[in-house]
Structure formats: C-alpha cells, structure tokens
Design a protein. Structure first.
Lengths: 637, 138
C-alpha cells in the first residue's frame, strides 16, 4: 500500500487491550481516509440508538493518504464519533501536526472503544502504543497538560487533549490538538471525556511510502506555487480568517445579537487591521501549509492581559463579538484563550451565551434563574464567567453545558423561538439570510448547522470564473440555461442547491484526504481533477476525476445514512424560524429571508431523496452503498 | 579566498510549516523522512521559530584531518571515499548543523542545492554567494 501506512490502531479502554489491525485495502480504496474511515467504521460497528456518552460509542481519529506529504495544507486530523450534541453523526477536524505524526508513527487511524475505569492517556511511539495512567493530569487544563506531557515523554511529541470541560462531559467540549488547534464542533471532547481518556500523544519517525514520489514531488511543488500565486492568498497570509470580520459586515453576514441581525455596528473595533497592529506578536502555520493563517496574538497589559496564543479565528471573533454584542477585542482574546485552555467550542459557547442574553432581554428568564448574573448584551465579564461556569458545570453553567438546544427545551415555551440551532448544533458565524446557499448548507449539513460540510463560498463574494468553470456545463445539462448571473448572486436561491451539493461532495472528499478547506474552497484553487492526480501519484491507484467525485458523494451519503439510522429525517433539515420569517434588518440583504422550502425541494430532487429524506436505492447503488441501503430498508423501484 | 554558496535562515520570517524539512530529504534522498532533513525548524522557542541550517562557513572543511571535505561547484561537500567518520567536523561545527547518523554513510550536511529556498513560502531562507576565510580550531 502506498500513501497509507497500512495499520489501524484499536484501543479498548474497558479491557485495556491494544490491537494492531491491517488497514483493509477496500476500505482505503473506497473511503480514502479521514471522514471516510470514520463513517464506514461507525456505520459497521455502532449499534443504532446508543448513548453517545456511553462506553458503546467509538471515537475515531483518522488521517488520510496525503497527510504528512509535501502536498500543501495536508496537516489536518479528522475525528468522528456519534455526537453528543446532535445525537447523530458527529465529526470535526483540525490543523496542527498530529495527523502527519500519527502516520510517521505508522498508523492511518486510531479507534478508541470502551471506557476506562481510571483516567488514562495513550502514547503512540513509532508503531507501538501504550495506555498510561493520567491521574496526575486529570483536572488540569489543556496547556498545562500539554506542557506536562512534553516534559514527561519528549519535547517533540504532538498531542490531542481534552480540558476540564471534556472531563465534565460538557456537550460543547472540544478536543485540543497541539495546544491551539481545536476539533471543536459536535462536542467530541465530551465523548473523549466519557471514555476517561485525557490525552493522546504521538511521535514517529517512519517514512510515508509514495508510489511515484518524484512525480508527486513535482506536482506538490507546482501546487504550492499555484496556491501562493492566487491573488487571494496574499490576504490569507497577511490576516488569516480575521479579515472576514470586515468583509462579512459589508455583506451583512456577521451574526449579531443571536442572529437578530447580520450587521454589527461596532465591527470596526474588531477589524483585522487593529488585531494585526495592536496584538499580533508572531505567525505560525499548521504542518506543511504555505498559507500560514495562524497568527499569534497577545494582550500585554490591563484586565485582559494574557498569552493568547496562535489562531484567533473569524468564528471566535463573531461568537464572542457580534453574536453577544461585545466589541471589546482584548476580552475576546482573553476569552478565546480561556476557552482553549478549558477545551470548548467557541462557536457553541458564544451561541449559548447569546441565547441567554436574548432571553434575558426579552424577560423570559430572570436573575434568579441565572444565579444573579445580568446577561446584558455586550458584557465581556458575563462571557468570561459563563465560560468557567460551563466548563466546570457550576450553577446555571450546568444547564448551559448541555448546549443551546437542550437548554431551550428545558426552559420551554417562548425560549424555543430564540433557539438558533439545527440538529442541536449552534449555527456558526454565517447568517443564511445574507447568503442563501449558506442557509441551505446549515439546514442539511450532516453534523448539524455547519458551514464547512458544504463550504459553498463561491457565491459569497463572487468567484465568477470558478463558478463558470465548475457549473456551466451541468447547469446547461440540468436546467438548459447558463449558471450566470444567478449563480454568482449570493442573494438568489436559484442554482444554489446544485452548487451546495457539489461543494458537499467535494468537502467530503477533502475531509477524507485530510486537507484544509483553505486551499480547496476558499480560495478555490484545487478541484476534483487536481486531487485525483495527486492521489494517483501518491497511492498508485488510478483515480479519475469521476472516481473521486463518486467517493465524495459516497462518504456524504454514508454520513447521511448514519443520521437516518439514528432516526433523523427530512423534518430535521430545518432552520430556526427566525431565519425563515424575520427579514434581515440591515445591509445589502435587507428584507431577505432564507427561501428554504424552494431550495430544499430542489436539493432533495438533485440528491434523489424522497420526502422522508431517504436517498433512492438507485443512487445508493450508483455510489456503491447497496448494503447500507438494504440495512436502511430502502427498496429499489 | 574561495567563493561559496551560503544559506541563511531568518527565524523572524519562519512560520514553522515544515515544507523545507519535507523538501530536503525528498530532493537529496528521494524519500520524505524528516529525520534525514539537513535543515531543521526548532519550534520550542517561546518567541517564534529558529532555523538550524548549515551556512557553509567552511570550518568543517578547514579542520577535516582527512581532507575529505572540499569545495565543488561553490558547494562544500564531503567525499564519501575519504571520510572516516572521525567526527571532527561534527565537533567543530558552530551551528550544530552537521551530524553523524546510522541512516547515512557520511555525516549529514547541507549540500546547498537550494530546493528549500525555492519552496519556502515566506522567503525566510536566502542563498547568496560569499567569500569564506579559513578558520582553524584546535
């Protein structure tokens, strides 16, 4: 096997057993790696309807064939399990250097099963794994644990760690990789915490065998040059994702005050320029990435003085900024550091705090309910207190730790109107009313409201060339007319289902490799063809453009099937009523709502779903998932 | 005085992406194995990254007891036929960028091929040509 390492590590924590399995060749060929491995293994091995926080759940960390190679931005790690937030498919991926080193240690994936009786951590050293006691690490925050592990094992290890939030099974907990990168969404930190697995540390020195290494090297260098010469790369290199704060306010796609609006009046206080000039102290990058979007920020003095660390992203600048009406940048950097140390998802924390603030404003909850805290818009102290209360499940934090949706159900009544979640997961920092395709993505995404499952950024600020190149032919074939001008218009729902489906399939493929969406979706530098070529050189298996398209679709539909098996259906592909009824109050999208029903109908038609949201047998057969279709009880026509 | 190619790394521009460390063993040995890389990025510095790479100062050449190190096409190279792996070059190297490893028949030293400079996305690596003076360490 070229590209893959050929071994999967299976760790049963209940029995303290470690098994070294051979990576099945058909699994590697059909599902590539990353989310493909995760989806297939979870589908095969999980029983329907288990509790995500029970020992029966399995947590899978997987790398892909391109991880650890010179192909640009190939340092990402993918994790999958049944998600505690959505009670269905849960996944996340992150940067850092864990995935390459997992491969250097000789493994394509790690499957964690069962639950340990005592806190443990797993150390993988060059092909050999060992379960070690983590009694002295339990209760420590992510950064302390990382430093202690480095001291205990060796200086150049890479780690995946949960903080106190994960230990306390907070449903919005994340897994932190290499201190700063987060597998944030879906609450996978809680799954790791339920298994009493504090950390995984990895080190390796093996080499990755590539089929045609010289061609692959040439192709990779070409790819790096192509990426760096893209006009958009310059701003990514300079500002990272923080530049989006300004851009998104221009098009009013910056969720503000629990999605009341898409425009934050004080956005200039959070702009990328200020962040760069006043707080940036360094730059960093994930393994093998020429774009280096990770910037290091630090607050030197004042109430919010803190180390900060790498990677304050747009999502956090919204979740802790506009989403809760806060314009104190120093407080955001501080809160981001605190959240990272405690190990939580900033999107969901911002979501639940924003939700509480709106309820407080509307008079649905009072001081008695909030333990005397005044949840007023824009108060950074409330945010910081909430973060600590959620992570340690203190007072009202115990309820907030269950996520916005469960909290809304608990309060009941009017509170449900302000619940901005899809499938139990908070809507991230995109307002669907300002970009219709994003609204559709949030509604149908497999892991709950999510912008990266489809990552349809082509219509965002308009990449007309890319849209023409990718969709013109198909639009003519399906609709008999040109994709332009509606395709590039973010406010028009026309053609968006087609573009979202293509993006979803492509994103599923990218997550299986595992690459960063910065090089594939935003800016759109690589497409199926480039991936197919790179994969062919790396693995020696002849992948054509059509093959990789089918693989993307196969993985996406398998994730969908996992959700269907768990009892989800078309009724879960919904957005909060606010986005469907309340017109956007400001910006170029003023007066717009998400025309979800029209788009969803077309989306179902193109995806070959029936009214219940089940894909047709013919579609499943086409992508090679007949066995899955049979288990779901889908009948051929 | 001989003129040689000299390679300099600017740590303040380095972002730690490891592309140079992957390029080097690929170009020189045809495999992506980080431990064989002649250039190393050190990231445990709290103030950023440090680049450890041979700058072709020539001290190893002047001090080699076997005269196994010489200038070929403006690069300072070790002759496999003459090298006895005595380790003097490793000892005298002021930047610790030459070392003996079981993976290779001669000490691992930069050959100034320039591939890392070409692939560096941030321009943290620079190659120039300069005169070097003999320095002897006893």
């Amino acid at each position: 096997m070229y590209g893959w390492m050929g071994r999967i590590l299976r760790v049963n924590l209940s029995e303290e057993k470690i098994k070294y399995e051979v990576t099945p060749e058909h699994l590697a060929q059909k599902y590539i790696g990353g989310n493909g491995f995760g989806a297939r293994i979870l589908w095969d091995e999980l029983r329907k309807g288990i509790d995500p926080l029970s020992p029966e759940n399995k947590l899978i960390f997987a790398a892909g064939p391109l991880n650890g190679t010179l192909w640009p931005s190939s340092g990402r790690l993918h994790a999958a399990a049944k998600g505690p937030l959505s009670n269905a498919w849960g996944e996340g991926n992150c940067g850092g250097g864990f995935a390459p080193y997992l491969k250097f240690a000789g493994f394509d994936a790690v499957i964690i099963e069962g639950t340990s009786k005592k806190p443990v951590y797993l150390y993988i050293d060059d092909g050999v794994a060992e379960i070690r006691s983590a009694e002295n690490l339990w209760g420590k925050d992510v950064w302390e644990t990382h430093d202690l592990l480095k001291k205990e094992i060796r200086e150049d290890i890479h780690t995946a760690i949960i903080g106190p939030a994960g230990e306390n099974k907070v449903r919005i907990a994340s897994i932190m990789v290499d201190k700063y990168a987060a597998i944030a969404r879906s609450g996978l930190g809680a799954v790791m915490g339920s298994k009493k697995l504090k950390a995984i540390a990895v080190y390796g020195t093996r080499k990755i065998r590539l089929h045609n290494k010289y061609k692959f090297y040439e192709k990779s260098v070409e790819a790096i040059k192509k990426l760096l010469s893209h006009p958009f790369s310059e701003s990514v290199k300079k500002y990272g994702t923080t530049i989006l704060v300004n851009l998104m306010n221009e098009i009013a796609r910056y969720p503000t005050r629990n999605l009341q609006s898409g425009y934050f009046e004080e956005f200039e206080k959070l702009s990328a320029e200020i962040l760069k000039d006043s707080y940036r102290v360094g730059e960093g990058s994930c393994y093998g990435c020429p774009l280096h979007c990770k910037k290091r920020h630090k607050v030197l003095s004042g109430r919010y003085a803190c180390e900060g660390g790498y990677g304050l992203e747009y999502e956090t600048l919204d979740a802790y900024g506009g989403r809760i009406g806060n314009s104190n940048l120093e407080a955001i950097i501080y809160a981001n550091q605190l959240t990272n140390r405690l190990g939580m998802d900033t999107d969901d924390v911002g979501g639940v705090v924003g939700f509480m603030m709106e309820l407080y404003e509307k008079g649905i909850i009072n001081k008695e309910f909030t333990n005397g805290l005044e949840f007023k818009w824009g108060d950074p102290e409330i945010l910081i207190k909430s973060i600590e209360m959620i992570a340690y499940r203190r007072g009202i934090g115990d309820l907030m730790a269950e996520g916005t949706h469960r909290l809304a159900l608990r309060i009941g009544g009017e509170a449900l109107i302000y619940d901005m979640t899809v499938k139990g997961v908070d809507i991230p920092s995109q307002d669907g009313r300002a970009q219709k395709s994003m609204g559709l993505s949030h509604a149908v995404a497999n892991r709950g409201a999510d912008h990266l499952t489809s990552a349809e950024f082509l219509s965002e600020v308009g990449w007309p060339d890319a849209i023409l190149e990718r969709f013109e032919e198909r639009a003519k074939k399906i609709y008999g007319r040109s994709i332009m001008p509606e395709g590039a218009d973010r406010l028009s729902p026309v053609f968006k289902p087609l573009m979202v489906i293509d993006s979803e399939n492509f994103a599923a493929l990218v997550d299986s490799l595992v690459l960063c969406k910065f090089v594939t979706h935003w800016p759109p530098v690589f497409y199926f063809k480039d991936i197919a070529e790179a994969l062919t050189y790396a693995t020696g298996i002849r992948y054509t453009e059509e093959d990789v398209r089918v693989i993307g679709e196969r993985i996406y539909l398998l994730e969908r099937a996992f959700n269907l098996r768990e009892g989800l259906s078309s009724k879960d592909d919904r957005l909060p009523e606010r986005l469907l009824r309340e017109p956007a109050p400001a910006g170029p999208c003023k007066g717009h709502v998400v025309e979800l029903d029209d788009m969803l109908k077309e989306y179902y038609r193109l995806r070959c779903y029936d009214d219940r949201g089940y894909p047709s047998y013919e579609k499943m057969k086409e992508v090679g998932l007949e066995d899955v279709a049979k288990e779901l009880g889908i009948q051929p026509y | 005085m001989p003129v040689v190619k000299r390679l300099f790394g600017d740590g303040s521009k380095c972002v730690g992406c490891n592309i140079c460390m992957m390029t080097c063993p690929m170009v020189n040995f045809g495999e992506e194995k980080l431990s064989k890389s002649k250039i190393k990025i050190i990231d445990n510095d709290p103030n950023g990254f440090r680049i450890n790479v041979c700058n072709n100062c020539g001290i190893c050449m002047w001090n080699c007891p076997e005269n196994a190190i010489s200038i070929v096409n403006k690069s300072i190279l070790i002759d496999e036929a003459l090298c006895t792996l005595c380790g003097v070059c490793v000892e005298v190297c002021p930047t610790k960028s030459i070392w003996i490893t079981s993976e290779l028949p001669i000490p691992n030293k930069c050959v100034t091929c320039g591939a890392c400079v070409d692939n560096c996305p941030t321009g943290a690596l620079k190659m120039t040509e300069m005169e070097i003076k003999p320095i002897y360490k006893v």
